[in-house]
Design a protein around this ligand. Structure first.
Ligand SMILES: Cc1cc2nc3c(=O)[nH]c(=O)nc-3n(C[C@H](O)[C@H](O)[C@H](O)COP(=O)(O)OP(=O)(O)OC[C@H]3O[C@@H](n4cnc5c(N)ncnc54)[C@H](O)[C@@H]3O)c2cc1C
Length: 443
């Protein structure tokens, strides 16, 4: 390959698939990267990969937010990282349109593209949802939510008006998958801890509500463990509204399909995901669910030089004919490795491999020392499941550096009480300075 123009691999997205496939390529194409016959560019608006399964623990204050992300430039020294968004993929011309945060957008040519832009929250046209709710997919959302919940405890403690207190102390989560249940359980656990410092707030003043459209929660751990989890959450005083829809939440007034109506200052939306909207700006084929149509070898169906995996891709599940791989990290991380190897094989003219992985079940944390797990048919509850959840995710979080930092966070929290301060002020860092400048003008 040495005398030819370098083969350019462009990876769109630096999450699970982007990071792990680039790591694999860095290793398998070491020689080609050294002699300059291959170059790799990864494009993502963020300069880090987010380890999403740790977001609930970051929101609850058990892990520092910086430790749930992996810095792309440090982890991928052989890969060019560009921060910005890909707004168009023109595969026939082998170009992507790259939008940097500042300056003109530009076309970048490639020989091989990896579509790894993941998914976004799947919302519905519910009145008030866009203004009143927050998603739970990014580290920014997790931290904003933590700050908000703690700031609302401050507000309730300082208010005398019963309506203000009730609105502040009512927290709603919509969607009972692992993102919703873990966020709900971890945050409820945090508020239970925090109110020890709020003499004016009693546990019975806190109202945590889950709204779930189906009749089960946590499908990832199977029906039996899902039911057990529901029981545990109910015992903790959490209200589970099953087979119920959120009808509207204008101005924080929550109306549900069971006829209930109440005010809440916190509405978290975790009711499913859909492929990143970049899929609508490509000439790549899509399946009936709007995902990139992908083969079992993680190539885009019917075209050359294009690969896809993770939440954005409809990957046939060879272990379950007729079905597709679910959008989860378990598949994304394994697909990324096969995808990396298949790109190497493609560039070397070798045969590509099928992606084959049988879903092994899942683990979920439900607050400190509480969890649920169903892995390889082994069902665990409470402390053992929580321990398994932590060890499993620790083994999966990228880089030794991050692993050590997460263990340090957990160890510190064994000896010291967890931090329950709201730093919501960091979302408006210029307010105080602006107020000072205004007061100066009055003199
Ligand atoms: C709170 C939470 C908890 C979870 N817990 C678990 C769990 O316990 N177990 C499990 O298996 N799964 C879990 N998941 C699901 C898992 O995190 C996802 O399935 C996984 O991240 C998918 O990987 P991906 O690479 O496809 O997408 P992502 O990891 O989301 O990466 C996509 C990347 O693409 C970037 N991007 C998007 N659009 C563009 C664009 N136009 N141009 C350039 N870049 C772009 C994004 O910034 C992002 O960095 C959880 C998810 C959440 C939200």
């Amino acid at each position: 390959m040495a005398d030819r123009k370098p083969q350019h691999i462009v990876i769109v997205g630096g999450g699970y698939v982007g990071l792990y496939s680039a790591l694999r390529l860095q290793r398998t194409l070491r020689r080609e990267l050294r002699d300059g016959s291959v170059r790799i560019t990864l494009i993502d608006p963020q300069s880090y990969m987010t380890y999403q399964p740790f977001l609930p623990e970051a929101a609850a204050g058990n892990i520092s937010p910086r430790h749930v992300v992996a810095p792309l430039r440090r982890v991928l020294p052989k890969v060019r990282i560009l921060n910005g968004r890909v707004s168009k993929v023109h595969h026939e011309a082998r170009t992507v349109t790259f939008e940097p945060p500042a300056g003109q957008s530009r076309e970048i040519e490639y020989d091989v593209i990896v579509m790894a832009a993941g998914s976004i929250s799947r919302t519905l046209p519910i009145p008030g949802l866009e203004d009143a709710a927050i998603g739970f997919k990014s580290v920014g959302e997790a931290i904003a939510l933590r700050n908000r919940v703690l700031a609302l405890l401050d507000r309730a403690e300082s208010a005398e008006d019963e309506d203000v207190r009730r609105r502040a102390l009512t927290f709603v989560v919509v969607g009972g998958g692992f993102a919703g249940i873990e966020a709900l359980a971890e945050l409820e656990d945090m508020t239970e801890d925090a109110i020890k410092y709020y003499p004016g707030i009693d546990k019975k003043d806190l109202r945590w509500v889950l709204i779930e459209a189906s009749n089960r929660i946590l499908p990832e751990v199977g029906p039996e463990m899902g039911e057990w989890t529901a029981e545990q959450l109910r015992e903790r005083g959490i209200e589970l509204k099953m087979e119920t829809f959120l009808q509207s939440c204008e101005g924080g007034l929550v109306k549900t399909s069971d006829g209930d109506e109440f005010e809440s200052a916190t509405i978290v939306w975790t009711a499913g995901v859909k492929p990143s909207p970049i899929v609508n700006s490509t000439d790549l084929p899509l399946d009936e669910r709007g995902r990139i149509k992908t083969t079992t070898r993680l190539t885009v169906a019917g075209v050359k030089g294009a690969f896809a995996a993770g939440d954005i891709a409809g990957v046939p599940d060879v272990t379950n004919p007729g079905q597709f791989c679910a959008p989860n990290a378990q598949h994304a991380v394994r697909q990324a490795r096969v995808l990396g190897d298949n790109i190497t094989a493609y560039l070397r003219g070798e045969e590509l491999k099928d992606y084959r992985h049988k879903y092994v079940g899942s683990v979920a944390g439900l607050g400190l020392h509480r969890g649920v797990a169903n892995v390889y048919g082994i069902k665990l509850r409470g402390l053992p499941a929580w321990f398994m959840h932590r060890t499993y995710h620790l083994s999966r979080v990228p880089t030794v550096n991050r692993k050590v930092r997460v263990v340090m966070d957990w160890t510190l929290s064994l000896f010291f009480k967890r931090e329950t301060i709201s730093l919501g002020e960091i979302e408006h860092p210029r307010d105080e300075f602006r107020a000072a400048a205004k007061s100066g003008l009055k003199r």
